[in-house]
Design a protein around this ligand. Structure first.
Ligand code: IMP
Ligand code: MG
Length: 179
């Protein structure tokens, strides 16, 4: 285990199994459709790679990057699109793939922007959900794990751009971010 990690929350094996279940559920729900999976970079890149391979549908993938300003471990209501989707989503079944739903500020803003482009449907799939931290009324349609309020890293999730490559999800030691 990494020295900055307090404890492992989900092992590589647990992540793999849950992502496979999500993929099966999405496959069943979208049968006969060809959804566009839009990953919100950077935190969801590993989840996206594994989730798409667990879906047995003629999907397409697209990517966007946003930044939200706030302190080290919290986002704010100010969201900026750093990289937009490459293709039009008009008339498409859009599935937004997020790493973690925390305050909801990021998705609240994104949903507004994306719905204005007239997709046929919009759903949210998030690997992690911290419902206790919600500031905006956002609910994900697919949730990998609902977790308590702790700052987590690994499997794509970072603190200060570090720890993304840990194969498990762990709780970061508060001393690392001065908590
Ligand atoms: P929200 O706008 O507060 O919902 O923030 C969502 C974004 O904040 C996520 O997509 C993550 O990039 C980041 N974030 C929130 N909580 C954590 C965490 O525990 N670890 C790493 N990143 C987090
Ligand atoms: Mg993110």
């Amino acid at each position: 285990m990494h020295q900055d990690v307090e404890r492992i929350l989900y092992t590589e094996e647990e992540l793999k199994n849950r992502v496979r279940e999500l993929g099966m559920q999405i496959t069943a729900d979208y049968r006969g459709k060809a959804p566009v999976l839009a990953s919100v970079l950077r935190g969801s890149y590993i989840f996206m790679a594994d989730l798409t391979r667990a879906i047995d549908l003629p999907i397409s993938v697209d990517f966007m990057a946003v930044s939200s300003y706030g302190s080290g471990t919290a986002s704010s209501g100010q969201v900026e699109i750093k990289k937009d989707l490459s293709d039009s989503i008009e008339g498409k079944d859009l599935l937004i793939v997020e790493d973690i739903l925390d305050s909801g500020n990021t998705l609240y803003y994104l949903l507004d922007v994306l719905r204005a482009r007239k997709p046929a449907s919009v759903r949210i799939c998030t690997l992690m959900d911290k419902p206790a931290r919600r500031q905006k009324p956002i609910k994900a349609d697919y949730v990998g794990f609902s977790i308590p309020d702790a700052f987590i890293v690994g499997y794509g999730l970072d603190y200060d751009e570090k720890y993304r490559n840990l194969p498990y999800v762990g709780v970061l030691k508060p001393s690392v971010y001065g908590g």
